[in-house]
Design a protein around this ligand. Structure first.
Ligand code: NAI
Length: 347
């Protein structure tokens, strides 16, 4: 376990089982150095327990990185429930998961993720207060993650393509769910031209009807001749094969863990493709959670999330000076902040 490539000094990892409700779950707390761990609860029919373990470890670590790069007083964690949401998700199973989370007394705060919804969090709140979206304002569909991706994309387009506007920008969006669909809406409003794909044909049809997106088969969306590719489905889409195929000049999307290996980022850069680190572009939900505790008015939340644009610009400017990729620089920043946090905690 400690040698697992994704373990990366996790503070805690627990296996949760409840035969009554059918719960089979893993919860990782990667770091609480900067604050209580915050992360989504994913429900997915994993091919193996190893795949679930890999997912929870990588996603939990990613949450630490999101918080640190945005200077939030939060840490990183993640929960995964092994199961098919449509078949296996029941109130009893969610309450069972919530009991496990409650046992940490706030050391881990759970949010929604792929396979879970705000309504599921409401069920969990019967058992534990340690959930996101607990206020009425948080129930408003602000699409904060998509808004953050938009801010990061705007910054990347300005720096890498020299364009001040997104009008006429050609963007391919992979995945039209909670993140990809509203992102299409934001982009369309700015005058971008959309190409999109989803495994679920109804979602694709909806994006075509709402935003005029040109729909392509899911296995062709990465190959499109566009300015920006926006992965908004699942992770690991960028590997040694796809990195050679992609024709976009910028990759900026909401999906977590887009790189199958850390060095893929370098390969992309060698091909002149700018990769905006996923954990920078998709930090909107985490910023939202923090901001809501300070001032939960929609305009305050969106202003806070828009900071992702400034963070991206700073990273791009500094990375260009030092010959590093944006991700190499961001990773180094995060490590510095965690080291400083550990020193402060030990003092
Ligand atoms: P979702 O489940 O609402 O939507 C994902 C969509 O991608 C689904 O419509 C699915 O059919 C589609 N899809 C899956 N594989 C595909 C493929 N190979 N090609 C085309 N379409 C495919 O999920 P959601 O919430 O939109 O999240 C998307 C990604 O963003 C995930 O990686 C998630 O971890 C990440 N994320 C989501 C946040 C949120 O606020 N919802 C926050 C931060 C990250």
């Amino acid at each position: 376990m400690f040698e697992h490539p994704a373990f990366d000094d996790h503070e805690q990892l627990i296996v949760a089982r409840d035969p009554e409700s059918g719960l089979r779950a893993l919860i990782g707390i990667h770091s609480t150095v900067l604050g209580p761990a915050f992360g989504g609860c994913r429900m997915h029919r994993y091919g193996s327990e190893d795949a679930a373990l890999e997912d929870v470890l990588r996603l939990s670590r990613g949450m630490t990185y999101k918080a640190a790069i945005c200077d939030l007083p939060l840490g990183g964690g993640k929960a995964v429930i092994i199961g098919e949401p449509k078949q296996d998700k029941t109130p009893a199973l969610l309450r069972s998961m919530a009991r496990v989370i409650d046992g940490w007394h706030g050391r881990f705060v759970v949010a929604d993720d792929v396979g879970t919804t705000l309504a599921d969090l409401a069920v969990m709140r019967d058992v534990t207060p340690h959930t996101a979206a607990a206020t009425l304002a948080a129930q408003q569909p602000l699409a904060v993650t998509a808004y953050g991706v938009l801010a990061a994309m705007r910054a990347a387009v300005r720096r890498h393509l020299g364009w001040d506007s997104l009008s006429g920008l050609r963007v391919a969006v992979q995945g039209l769910g909670n993140v990809g669909f509203p992102l299409c809406g934001y982009l369309r409003r700015e005058g971008a031209e959309l190409v999109a794909a989803d495994l679920d044909r109804r979602r694709a049809d909806r994006a075509h009807a709402a935003f005029g997106a040109r729909i392509v088969p899911p296995d062709q969306v990465l190959d499109q001749e566009v300015d920006v590719l926006s992965p908004c489905a699942l992770g690991n889409v960028l590997d040694e094969v796809t990195a050679e195929r992609i024709r976009a000049r910028i990759i900026c999307g909401g999906a977590n863990e887009q790189l199958s290996r850390p060095d893929i980022d370098r390969r992309l850069q060698d091909r002149g493709i700018l990769y905006v680190p996923d954990y920078v572009a998709n930090a909107g939900g985490m910023i939202d959670f923090h901001q809501e505790r300070l001032d939960d008015r929609p305009e305050a939340v969106l202003r806070a999330v828009a900071r992702i644009g400034e963070i991206t610009t700073q990273l791009l400017d500094e990375a260009a000076l030092g010959g590093r990729t944006c991700k190499e620089l961001a990773d180094a920043r995060v490590r510095e902040r965690l080291a400083a946090g550990r020193r402060a905690r030990a003092a």
